[in-house]
Design a protein around this ligand. Structure first.
Ligand code: ZN
Length: 407
């Protein structure tokens, strides 16, 4: 199989088609982005495309079965050749290896815990790499970060990253080039690191529909969503639902809350379609209507105060129904007794399904101590010692599913 020449810019796609005998197929036709291109006499085709994103592609050549597929443009690896070999079976070339759901569930990592030595800190006080701002670093420095991360946590550790500017602490950093999202994701997968993607900025009201959803396998809706959305039920529920609809069905979606709030509901109630979970913010919608999502005649379930189960239990029943896998729980208190006590509230409910809470929800201790590490007040070692004691605690109902605040 011939090795494609790497594209000179991120928005170029190199296409080669390999025959069964290993030779390039010359002069094949490639239909992409409403244009028809023809490869040269060495079977090499380079196409410049307006944006790094996913495109339908059609390959035809004399004597071969036409190939129809999807390509993600903007990364100089040979994955496309993989797909083209459907036409001409040959040796197995590299492909994008995504983490399994079990690997995502087995969360390990630290968004503010590996040394920033030798790397630019910008205006940040942190002696540690702050992984949400991964995208502000150069190609070479991102490789340094990935190597250190993998050395610290092993294969398929979880690295929280922001795909959009304006998330936590972003004032301390230059802007991320959002057009390179796919490159960031692919290089992380290539190095066996799970990018855990924050889908929204704090101030966003809706999820950006141009995110590279085909490449997002682990995500959360918004940093500290309860705080960012000021406990506004409609806002939290709407964006959580939208995120779930936009992600692929195999992608893991989590929610991130602080210790102040255990669920994505404030004082206002919400209702949802008993068939599909589509949320509504008025009970009156049900009069003779069908659900705007699943088109089944509406039967609404109410979540809020005064119902047979608490608003929190009702929220989690809804969350489980629509496919929210778990909670990233943040608790920055330094008292382990307080933190263990609070975590126990969750594990006893998610583990045993008491008081109407659903079972099967993952519970991650996330971002504990990050702020004090970021501000260079406490060390990684200090927090790791505290956190290890929490992780080793025997919780009622279920153990903590995973962790992303150290080792
Ligand atoms: Zn429905």
């Amino acid at each position: 199989m011939g090795k494609p020449k790497p594209p000179s810019t991120i928005c170029k796609l190199v296409v080669t088609v390999t025959s069964t005998g290993g030779a390039r197929v010359p002069f094949f036709h490639c239909g992409i982005n409403d244009q028809d291109y023809v490869a040269d006499n060495e079977g090499y085709l380079e196409v410049t495309l307006p944006n790094p994103k996913q495109y339908p592609i059609r390959i035809t050549a004399d004597g071969y079965v036409p190939y129809n597929g999807l390509v993600v443009v903007g990364y100089p690896i040979t994955v496309w050749t993989t797909q083209l070999e459907v036409v001409n079976p040959g040796p197995t070339p590299p492909v994008i290896i995504f983490p399994t759901v079990d690997q995502i569930k087995d969360m390990k990592g630290d968004l503010c815990g590996i040394s920033a030595s030798g790397l630019p800190r910008f205006s940040s006080p942190s002696p540690y790499v702050f992984t949400p701002e991964y995208g502000v670093h150069t190609l070479e420095n991102r490789k340094v970060i990935r190597d250190r991360y993998r050395a610290a946590f092993g294969d398929w550790a979880t690295m929280p990253i922001s795909l959009r500017n304006g998330a936590v602490y972003s004032d301390d950093y230059p802007s991320i080039d959002e057009s390179q999202d796919q490159i960031f994701l692919l290089e992380l997968y290539n190095d066996k690191i799970i990018p855990l993607c924050a889908l929204m900025r704090d101030e966003d009201k809706t999820v950006d529909t141009t995110l590279p959803f085909a490449l997002i396998k682990a995500a959360f809706v918004k940093w500290e969503q309860n705080q960012a959305d000021n406990n506004n039920t409609q806002q939290m529920i709407s964006e959580t639902w939208q995120a779930r609809q936009l992600l692929t069905v195999d992608a893991v979606l989590l929610v991130h809350y602080t210790d102040e709030h255990a669920a994505g509901i404030g004082d206002d109630p919400f209702w949802y379609c008993a068939t599909c979970g589509n949320p509504y913010f008025s009970a009156n919608v049900s009069q003779g209507e069908v659900c705007s999502h699943c088109h089944v005649p509406l039967s609404l379930i109410k979540v809020g105060k005064g119902e047979s189960i608490s608003p929190e239990a009702g929220f989690w029943q809804w969350a489980k129904k629509i496919g929210i896998a778990g909670i990233m729980y943040q608790d920055d208190r330094e008292s382990n007794a307080d933190v263990i006590n609070r975590i126990s509230d969750f594990t006893v409910r998610f583990g045993q399904g008491i008081n109407g809470w659903p079972t099967g929800i993952w519970f991650f201790l996330f971002e504990r101590g990050t702020e004090s590490k970021y501000n260079n007040e406490r060390s990684v070692e200090y927090w790791n010692t505290l956190n290890r004691a929490v992780l080793n605690n025997n919780f009622p109902g279920m153990q903590i599913t995973g962790f992303c605040s150290g080792r």
